[in-house]
Every structure is written in C-alpha cells, then in structure tokens.
Design a protein around this ligand. Sequence first.
Ligand code: PMP
Ligand code: GLU
Length: 400
Amino acid sequence: MKSLSLKVQQIEESQTLAFTQLARKMQSEGIDVVSLTAGEPDFPTPPHVKMAAIQAIDENFTHYTANQGIPALIKAIAEKFISENNLQFDTSQILVSCGAKHSIFNALQAVCNKGDEVVIQSPYWVSYPEMVKLVDAKPVFVNATAENNFKISATQLRRVINEKTKVFIFNSPSNPTGAVYTQGEIEELADVIRDTGIYVISDEIYEKVIYDGVKHFSMGSIKPIRDQVITVNGVSKAFAMTGWRIGYLGGAKPVVDAAAKVQSQVTSNATSIAQRAAAAALSAPTKDVDEMVTEFKRRRDFAVEQISKIPGIELKEPKGAFYLFPSLQSFVGKRWNGKMIRDDMDIAQFLLSEEHLAVVPGSPFGAKNHIRLSYACSMKTLQQAMERLKNACKKLHEAY
Ligand code: PMP
Ligand code: GLU
C-alpha cells in the first residue's frame, strides 16, 4: 500500500479531544477518574433551543439548506454582530459552518497560499498551528508570557511581520490562558495590522465568558482595518451547544465568498436542524448565558483560591474563558518511584496514574511545563479535582 499524505503525517491529532476521550474511556471502564480536560460547558442546551430543533424536525426541515446558511440564522447573526460587537455586515458577508473550528479552517483556506506565514500568539489553542499547516502555510509564534498576563504587545507583533505574513490569528478571551485584551491593547495591535495589510482571524468564541467587569472588544469594529478582519464566533460555548456544530464568520465579501466556495465543495451547509436551534439561541434574551457565566466565575474563584495555597504551582488569574493554565515547572526534575518527571507530559501522566486526575498537558498549547485545567465541570467535580491536585503536588513537592 502507498504511504499516507505527508501533510497529514506532519500534523498532530487534537490533544484536547484526545485527552478528553482518554478520560471518558477510563471512566467507562469503571476507573474513578476526575476529568478537567473538556473545553465544553457542562450545562444542558437551553430548553427553548432544543424546542426549536424538535420543531424543525417535526416540520421536516431536514434537507439541504443554502450553503451559506438559512436566512433566519444569517439575520440573527447580522443583528448580533451589530448590537453586541459593533460590526456592520451585510447578510452576504456572513457564512455559517459546522462549528467555529470549521469557520477558522474555511477562512484559512480562503486566504492562504503555500509558504505564507500565519502569526499565532503562544500559548495558543491546539488547532491553530495544525490548521495552518493543513493549508500549506507556516505558523510563526509570538510569545505571550505570564509576566505580561499572557498578552503580546504591538512591538512584538510588528517584529514578526514580514512580506510573507498573510494572517494573524487573534483569540481573546484566550484558550488556554484566559487572557482578555482591553480595547486599548487591541487598538495598538490594530495600528500594526493596518500598516501591513495582513488579514486577522479574530476568534471570539469565548466573548461571553468573561469576568470582573472586563469588556470584550471586537477588533473588526476598528474602522481602518475592518475589511482585514474575519470575525469568527459560534454557539458552542455561550449556549452550551458544542455537539450541535454551528459556527460562523463575518468579513469582507471577497473573503466570505471564497470561504463559502470552499465549503460548497467540502461539506455543503451546516446541519439544517442545528441551524434552526442556533437561530433560536441567538434571538432570545441571554438569561441562561448570564447564569452560566456567574456559575463559571464562582468556580474560577474557588479553583484559583485553592491553587494559590498549593506550594510549587504558579497561576495567573484568568479573566475569561473557563480554563486555568498554571505552571508546574518547579516539579520538573523531581523523582517519583524512581522515575524522573521530565516535562508536562510526565506531570499529566503522574496526575492521572497517582491521583486519577485528568488534565491536558501544556505542550500542545505551546507552553512546556504548564497544564490546562477546565473548570467547565460541576462544583463537586472541581472540589474533588482540587483535593487530588493538592495531594499530587504534595507528593512531588516532598520528592527530591
Ligand atoms: N476556538 C477556540 C479558541 C476554541 O477553544 C474552540 C473549542 N471548541 C473553538 C474555536 C471551536 O469551537 P466549535 O468548533 O465548537 O464552535
Ligand atoms: N475547544 C475545546 C478545548 O479546547 C474543545 C476541544 C477542541 O475542539 O479542541 O478543549
């Protein structure tokens, strides 16, 4: 048999999905694993959203729709963009896809050529570099350090942009760090972007999961660069709809047309039933969202307080999303049962085998010796997880 695609051999499987599956598998085998792996709200999809889908099925709304998406959903997205993000898009400038992940991939397909460079802030969401490689472009990383609250500066951005740069992928609030950029910081980045003419894919999937009075700001609302920015969002996180697979983007018409052309040949429309559900989610008041975010904040405060008492862990308090991204650097080099802890992969393995605590290691996010903990789980699970983390760290702290 001939070999597989070289491109596919050069990319990694999504480690967020892989670790989530591993934890689920162990649980299904009866192992008492506490999992902080999944990046998805543990709440049910709101009842009125489910009803809209049931109604769609009852009405036999079960056939192909327009590739771009159904008019009711496109209209709801256009209105949401204006009222919440100050983004003015004609309905022809919006494309509905099978999750924000798909929207990002379509956008990259629409603008990238072989050899183009795509700037990514690091730590990053695991899928960005791999998607960039899949479109034959090259990921270029800019380091966002804990000292700078995991945010990059305009100077750093300017330094990496050259004539090969095509896109900057921007993500605020950030997965995995929870960093949220202020309007002022985004305006400084926009000055650099305007001068260079590159595109921005602004991934705003966590825009509603934000705390402490910090405000989300959409880069595409900055007039001088509005045609350069492709704004990506979806219903997965805000409405607890990860399984429905609805994401969307808005941008300049030529870019959206190109992305739609790719989609028309690869998947066609997103699921008809899920589109009706998403339209209901976007059209109703946000009471469910507000309640969910209040609960996430309670969990964040609890977990941050617990972790701050554990010797050897360093954590920046996240301002958005539902992840904690601490450094466990101080445990690297320690020995346990005769085996050396070499890196975050070993730390994650140690947590799993010693305490049955599942997390995602930091390396797939571009941050060695960190781990990602998702607090999109029940308070009871979080309490158990913190207890286990404390026990594990105590063992390592006392090891030599
Ligand atoms: N962007 C980021 C930063 C994410 O964490 C996720 C995770 N699901 C996505 C995009 C994709 O979301 P979805 O495809 O479920 O809409
Ligand atoms: N985005 C979520 C996460 O980071 C879901 C898994 C994925 O799509 O990567 O865990």
